[in-house]
Ligand binder design. Sequence first.
Ligand code: NAD
Ligand code: TYD
Length: 341
Amino acid sequence: MKILVTGGAGFIGSNYVYQVLHRHPEDEVVVLDALTYAGNLENLKQLERDPRFRFVKGDICDAALVDDLVKGVDAVVHFAAESHVDRSIMDPGVFVRTNIIGTQTLLDACRRNGNVRFHHVSTDEVFGSLGATGLFSEQTPYDPRSPYSASKAGSDHLVRAAWHTYGLPVTISNCSNNYGPYQHPEKLIPLFITNLIEGKTVPLYGDGMNVRDWIHVEDHCEGVDLVLRKGTIGETYLFGGRSERSNAEITNLILFEMGAGQGKIERVADRLGHDRRYAIDPSRAERELGWSPKTPFLHGLRKTIAWYTSNEAWWRNVKSGAYREYYEKQYGSRPTPGVSR
Ligand code: NAD
Ligand code: TYD
């Protein structure tokens, strides 16, 4: 199979490309990625000389380029997105452009070129926020509450519309919070690990009791691969790690594993509109695809700490330059509860 992978230079996309070429040695992959602040060719370095791999720098909103690339492939797996909630709060416009217009541009190209198979990678954040109990399932109504999740919800609807209206062969997967190698250090787990290596504090939002359902990126990628090959066209599958943790719990685990004390926690003001709890019921994927999350959280976290510890050059490079400006904007002026500056 020849696959066009959008966003393949990002965190999950790069992990997916490695996994696909490992699991299916006969496959070929073309990566289309704009190399935004989140995209990094270093993530794909091990494939530089692999004849099954090709990289194209470009924008998913570029209809002519997308059309050209879609012509030569059997399937599109769509990861490219603006993916960070905090950035969407600062500047929503680019999320609408990439996540909504970019997705429609890809769908149009798939339709124009003989109904190319399309898999859309989405998030559980489209379902909103849970109370203390309950789980998201494929039947949960959409209730996105951040500019990021609203733009991803919009893209999900457009993908479903392409199936219902034109019969484009699509599938969608909505996954919970990923962690693992190559994740940009703006996200919770790599931010906290790398800050501790740098001797800095870790900024915990609000009361630290927001809950996420953590899944190792390799488990998510395996799920995407199974949906692409075995999923029912027109259907949605949810992936999660069956591993709910509060942010405070994650923070304490990271501190403990890295030999740091409680003094490293900096309580900062809460995120605007901060969703309280996400948790996935992945039983449909388990039943219909034979998938299951295989990485126990503590094992995955230790592997991730080890990866960031031995790949310092990778994240130091990412954390230099424009990232510093972002960090200052996001955390520099953030009032710490109870502390006046
Ligand atoms: P990421 O931010 O690490 O990577 C996104 C990639 O998309 C980058 O390489 C970037 O350069 C590229 N990109 C951005 N705009 C583009 C454009 N206009 N044209 C072409 N390429 C562009 O994100 P990620 O964490 O790897 O997430 C990948 C996908 O998975 C996203 O669609 C996200 O919504 C979804 N998802 C992420 C998580 C998570 O926990 N990270 C969970 C569920 C779903
Ligand atoms: P994040 O990794 O940004 O993923 P998402 O917002 O998509 O769930 O954040 C995960 C959780 O960690 C979320 O509840 C917000 C919290 N968080 C902090 O407490 N401090 C931080 O510096 C960041 C980036 C996140």
